[in-house]
Design a protein around this ligand. Structure first.
Ligand code: ATP
Ligand code: K
Ligand code: MG
Length: 694
């Protein structure tokens, strides 16, 4: 099994692998650690990663970037609407209300889902890992932002499936960073935890995590985030600044021109980086638009001033994380900053002021997420021995289960009697399973939803489960135990429903068990409106408090023999792909990958013909010179020249088979002379008499 961690960034992706000696961040084909999250659709193939980035300027409308912003989001999402305004490619609303990305691929207009495109990128990253490990990669851990919704998490899993990956754990990026920080520390305290705040400012968003470290463990105390505060927002400020300037000075409207926008944005990003280290930065772009060269300059102070609306927002996630952790500033012992977006000096200033201490950069700011992911994968892998280190993760949202009260139809004249209970409160540990008890006479449904979706900007309803049919031999209402799971990935689903029927077998009962029984007996009597609430919990005070499975062994002890029957369950997750759709996407990806491979091989074969021509020509004038007659050599040289010309003309764009045949054709002659040369080398002499050549 493979042990690999992926940091899938909005701009940069990193791949880390575990080897016996430790964790390595590996290089891609272009010898870079960071691989741009870009897929460029071409006339004959796709270009992904660094190759995609190289093609972007030439082909901006077909270069898909920032896919992390688009996966698992509704088209109508205001954040998505804002994002797509500055993207050079076309995004429209699909029939299901989710975005579709349009690109011209193989000379045809094609539409792709964001999940599909993410699958392409993951597949590319998988390839990088495989090349480095020289083995197939399937099992892995993938970093995700803590603010990803249930649907976004599912989309990442689907994208992974499309790429042929099997994530053991989607891990919050900041938690991965915390793990990479803590696991190597040998001086962690035994009792009072060391509290560290991790701040990751990346390309598009900001995340905060406060974790308490003790010997052999880390406990995530709280999370904070701003989904739309990252490096690109500073680029945008500069972009708008210069676009307005150029409108005035040069009478050009950059925003109207995709390529000019792309170039100005790229120049502004460079400018921003220069400003991180210098008080002043110039901007020069030749022939930006309407054949006009533009120039400008900006001081760091001015940049910080126009960035105030963004900088003002940095404090909020910090405050929230601190208050959710129940800590005061003095309780935070250390502040670690990661993510390349945090290199803006004004951000560091705000962090310093807020925490009253200089934030540290002891971690490799761009690699730590991927390293943490690989470490997590190694911890989960049975084949790897990792230092004992426990990660206690905390869930960032509050999840409820909602249902219609069974008494509604009879007593309220059909009025809806909506009830709900919080199953996983914010801060719940991950993973977790809870059980709820329902008393029902027939098929019913429950909704899984966010208790508070205001901060999420997602539709509150996640999924609906229909439970049934079932048949209770006792008639009336049957007792059902419904298990709800919060997975390691932070995805919630109803896992099972079990019909519980007591059978007439008497078993000796202890006092404690009598009490338990009395409690549920009472709710059997108070069967009216409140019934559902108390039943959902099975607790004595009527407050719905789901039972923690891991700890409910006491309630499990049977007074009577309980017959358990599995009840069928159907799942509807809003906006999620059906498994057949994922399967189709897997097949499509396979086809596209095949096409890419064929094109790569074609290029290789074409290159092989070309280098054969050059190589043979050189050899004919030197070491093979004497092994051909004058006329043979002349003829062969003519032939080589013809092939070279052909490569630049008719043969420029041929199929793989044609190049293979062409090489064979040349080799027929070339091999002969090569053979003569070899034979003579073996004999140590030069043959005087030459045979006839084709
Ligand atoms: P995300 O974490 O949001 O998914 P990501 O992981 O791809 O995105 P990073 O690679 O951490 O993002 O950061 C990319 C951002 O960092 C870009 O906006 C880039 O311009 C910015 N950046 C890189 N170097 C500097 C620098 N020296 N000064 C300022 N910003 C920088
Ligand atoms: K990154
Ligand atoms: Mg990142």
């Amino acid at each position: 099994m493979s042990v690999v961690g992926f940091d899938f960034g909005n701009e940069n992706c990193l791949v880390a692998v575990a080897r016996q000696r430790g964790i390595d961040v590996v290089l891609n084909d272009e010898s870079n650690r960071e691989t741009p999250a870009i897929v460029c659709f071409g006339e004959k193939q796709r270009f992904i990663g660094t190759a995609g980035a190289a093609s972007t300027m030439m082909n901006p409308k077909n270069s898909i970037s920032q896919i992390k912003r688009l996966v698992g989001r509704q088209f109508s999402d205001p954040e998505l609407q804002r994002d797509i305004k500055s993207l050079p490619f076309s995004v429209t609303e699909g029939p299901d209300g989710y975005p579709l990305i349009h690109a011209s691929y193989l000379g045809e207009k094609r539409a792709f889902t964001p999940t599909q495109v993410m699958g392409m990128m993951l597949s590319n990253l998988k390839g990088i890992a495989e090349k480095n490990l020289n083995a197939a990669v399937v099992d892995c851990c993938i970093g995700i932002p803590v603010y990803f919704t249930d649907l976004q998490r599912r989309a990442v899993l689907d994208a992974a499936t499309i790429a042929g990956l099997h994530p053991l754990h989607l891990i919050h990026e900041t938690t991965a960073t915390a793990l990479a920080y803590g696991i190597y520390k040998t001086d962690l305290p035994e009792s009072e935890p060391l509290n560290v705040a991790f701040i990751d400012i990346g390309h598009a968003s900001m995340q905060v995590c406060i974790a308490g470290f003790k010997k052999g463990q880390l406990k995530v105390l709280s999370h904070g985030f701003d989904r739309s505060l990252g490096g690109r927002d500073f680029d945008e400020v500069l972009f708008n600044h210069f676009a307005a300037k150029f409108r005035e000075e040069y009478k050009i409207d950059v925003a109207q021109n995709a390529k000019a926008s792309l170039r100005l944005r790229a120049a502004c990003e460079k400018l921003k980086k220069v400003l991180s280290a210098n008080p002043l930065a110039p901007l020069n772009i030749e022939c930006l638009m309407d054949e006009k060269d533009v120039r400008g300059v900006i001081k760091r102070e001015e940049f910080e001033e126009i960035s105030i609306p963004i900088l003002e927002r940095v404090k909020r996630p910090l405050e929230k994380a601190l208050s959710d952790a129940g800590l005061s500033i003095e309780d935070v012992h250390m502040v670690e900053v990661v993510g390349s977006g945090s290199r803006v000096p004004a951000i560091i200033k705000i962090l310093t002021e807020f925490f009253g201490k200089e934030p540290r950069r002891t971690m490799n700011a761009s690699e730590c997420v991927s390293r943490g992911c690989a470490l997590q994968c190694a911890i989960l892998s049975p084949t790897f021995k990792v230092r004992e280190f426990q990660v206690h993760e905390s869930f960032p949202f509050s999840i409820s289960l909602a249902w219609k009260g069974a008494a509604a139809d009879a007593q309220n004249g059909g009025a809806e009697n909506q009830q709900s209970t919080i199953v996983f409160p914010k801060g719940n540990s991950i993973p977790s399973v809870k059980a709820l008890t329902f008393y029902r006479s027939g098929t019913f449904s429950v909704d899984v939803q966010y208790s508070d979706a205001t901060d999420l900007k997602a539709p509150p309803k996640i999924s609906t489960y229909t439970i049934g049919p079932f048949h209770s031999s006792k008639g009336e209402r049957a007792k059902l135990k419904v298990k709800v799971r919060l997975t390691l990935h932070g995805i919630v689903s109803v896992e099972s429903a079990t019909l519980l029927e007591e059978e007439e077998v008497e078993v000796k009962v202890t006092a404690e068990q009598m009490d338990t029984d009395k409690a549920s007996g009472e709710s059997d009597v108070n069967m009216q409106d409140a019934k559902e609430t108390s039943d959902a919990a099975g607790t004595d005070n009527g407050v719905p408090e789901p039972v923690q499975m891991e700890t409910d062994s006491k309630a499990e002890a049977p007074k009577k023999k309980v017959k358990k029957t599995n009840v069928p369950l159907s799942e509807l997750v809003y906006g999620a792909l059906q498994s057949v759709e994922v399967q189709k996407a897997v097949e499509k990806e396979y086809e596209m990958a095949l096409q890419d491979r064929v094109m790569e091989e074609t290029k290789d074969k074409k290159n092989a013909v070309e280098s054969y021509v050059y190589d043979m020509r050189n050899k004919l004038s030197e070491k093979y010179h004497e092994y051909m007659t004058e006329s043979e050599r002349e003829a062969f040289l003519v032939k080589l020249q013809e092939v070279e010309d052909w490569l630049y003309e008719d043969g420029e764009d041929e199929t793989k088979g044609v190049y293979v045949a062409k090489l064979e054709e040349l080799k027929k002659v070339g091999d002969l002379v090569e053979m003569r040369y070899k034979e003579s080398q073996e004999r140590g002499t030069v043959i005087g008499q030459l045979g006839h050549c084709v």
